[in-house]
Write a protein that binds this ligand. Structure first.
Ligand code: B1M
Length: 212
């Protein structure tokens, strides 16, 4: 069992995008759970990629191929991560903040939220404050979810909250934040309503924020 997870992790690290689907399918066939494949093989693989990048062992192109590999694997797992189909538990807008192109974590959070019955509008990546405010006014979501992976884009989250206040709509929407450099202290500091460490926690926080 762990050999299969090891192979998937290695495929992510090595950017083996032609092999990942067969490996993931083989793991599913061996009755490994989708969340186990994601949390015990794919995300740890991305962490290795990040460490290698920090150590100058690999560069942006390799990181990009690892991301392609990850996305292909996740696409195959998506139906297994989403087995709800129940009526909407609430409406959520999700995006990655301005200046930040990382979307794998955001997409994983969206998959889990949808799987838990939330209706999610994915605005994508590199979303500026003005278009976010306009969309919040139009869609009136219960929760606004912001993702950031770069320390340089974290301040964008605070800007969004300031803009909600300036537009007098701060009380109308809960703000949930997440991403590798985000923590509870940062969330408190900028006045967010909740912080999710990972996709599973994001679902719990969204539930709490909506049900009160
Ligand atoms: Co970039 N990158 N990257 N990258 N990248 C990191 C983030 C980095 C830590 C790598 C490193 O140096 N070790 C580093 C940031 C350093 C820092 O700011 N301190 C970095 C850098 C520097 C860069 C560039 C600047 C590199 C360059 O060009 N010189 C550049 C910036 C581009 C930009 O955004 N403007 C860049 C580019 C890229 C690629 C495009 C090549 C690619 C992204 C492709 C894509 O996303 N489509 C990429 C990748 C793949 C990574 C790493 C290796 C992996 C990220 C990832 O997908 N992780 C990353 C290193 C790392 O994180 N280990 C790195 C897996 C994902 C499932 O986890 O996104 O953390 P994560 O999401 C988690 C939780 O954080 C949480 O739940 C998710 C599931 O558990 N979560 C939320 C996320 N959002 C949430 C929202 C919530 C709640 C929970 O509520 C709303």
């Amino acid at each position: 069992m762990s050999e299969q997870l090891d192979k998937i992790k290695e495929a992510i690290v090595g950017g083996q995008h032609n092999e990942i689907e067969a490996l993931v399918q083989a793991a599913l066939d061996a009755t490994l759970a989708a969340d186990q494949i994601v949390n015990q093989a794919m995300i740890p693989g991305m962490d290795v990629v990040g460490r290698k990048f920090s150590n100058n062992e690999i560069f942006v192109p390799e990181m990009l191929v690892a991301a392609v590999t990850m996305n292909k694997g996740l696409a195959l797992l998506k139906p297994f991560l989403q087995q709800s189909g129940a009526e909407s538990k609430g409406r959520i807008i999700m995006c990655t903040v301005k200046g930040d192109l990382h979307d794998i974590g955001k997409n994983l959070v969206i998959m889990m939220l949808e799987g838990a019955g939330f209706e999610v509008l994915d605005m994508g990546v590199d979303i500026n404050v003005d278009s976010l405010i306009a969309t919040v006014k139009e869609i009136k979501p219960d929760v606004l979810g912001l993702s950031a992976l770069l320390t340089t884009t974290l301040p964008e989250m605070a800007k969004v909250i300031e803009a909600l206040e300036a537009n007098n709509i701060r009380d109308e929407v809960k703000v949930m934040i997440g991403g590798a450099p985000v923590d509870a202290a940062f969330s408190d500091k900028i006045g967010a309503d909740g912080y999710g460490r990972d996709a599973a926690e994001a679902v719990q926080i969204a539930r709490q924020l909506i049900t009160g």
